[in-house]
Design a protein around this ligand. Sequence first.
Ligand code: HMG
Length: 377
Amino acid sequence: MKKRAGITAMGFYFPRYYVSIRELLIARGEDPARASEGLGVQRMALLANNEDSITMAANAIESLEFPKEKVGKLVFATECGLDAAKDNASYVHELCGLPNNCEAYDVKAACAASTYALWQVIDWILSGRGRNKLGLVICSDIAVYEYKTGAEITGGGGAIALLIGEDPEIIDFDLAIGDYKNNVKDFWKPLGKECAVVAEDGKPSIKSYLDALKPSFKNYIENGGQKKFDYLVFHTPYAKMVIKAFKELSKFLPEIQGKFDTMTADSLKAPALVGNIYNGSLYLALASLLELKGTSAKGKSIGFYSFGSGSSSKFFRGIVNPEFESSFGLFEQLDRMEKIKPKHYEQLRRGERTLKETKGFLLNGIDDQGYRQYHKE
Ligand code: HMG
């Protein structure tokens, strides 16, 4: 029988605080329809001062129950690496008490790093080198844009942990993958900068996302990919980008025309409640879709479009386990987030106020040699 590998469990961490984008735009005297109708964004998740990409990742792993001693590989996908030499994965490996006989490292390819990581772990299992162990893919990012720019309200943050194993309980993947790589000056984040640089107010980044769709899909078909999809999920920087992508895909996959509401709309609900979480965005879209479709998703085929600025993209397909039953409690977790007032958000951005988290893994500080210190509350 064919050996299979895929996602066996998903864990989530979202920051405690958010600002309502509608309230923020109204408070600024701007038209809130730019957010609701123009971009399809509702909330922006905000990190506390004592959180970072490492604490979010460790908290996402801790939300899962699994035999830690069975983990043989951890791949951390982020565009929020915190040291040019030391990987985020080393800190998380220690915080979560993972075994020493385990590979653990970071990968970087903007928002597509999570998909590169996923396939590295799947290939490790399918090659037999995993020796029946489990793999972990961590997607953890903070999306912060320059204050009062067009991109600002598409910010967000959060982490997703994907537990990867044989005979996956959630989703199994076909081996046909379409790849497309193209060096583009669209979006980048110079070392040491908190905010990404978005070229020409974001127009090249939208073009680059859409331009990569056709060649990656074409390559997927050339590599033996099947054209049958019950659902489609896309990297989701904000909902409107996905609406545009679905329309673009329907030009060369006419059978999906007019099916956005049944095939994709549910994948946009959770991302709209936290904003762009970069590497986790595609997998948050998947979780949102699965949570809302419930048991009707059993055995269904899902097409995935992963995109990372710069640019890297992959098109691939997965099949939901015919016995898939689990609910992630995703929307309950999102409901527990606490809203802050627009005026407090403005103070945060101007450096006049900070937020503090009191639960889970927290950053204690950074010593005078630049080494990071954490603890768990
Ligand atoms: P913007 O300044 O909000 O653009 O920037 P806009 O004012 O032109 O408005 C956007 C849409 O809202 C337009 O509709 C407007 O017409 C409409 P569209 O032409 O798209 O159909 N609109 C309104 N509608 C109703 N009522 C109104 C109203 N006002 C405007 N009053 C942009 C948008 C995406 C460029 C900006 O948010 C940005 O630069 N974001 C960051 C980059 C980004 O998200 N790019 C997306 C593709 S690349 C990607 O996804 C990768 C990424 O995740 C990073 C990575 O890989 O690491 C970002």
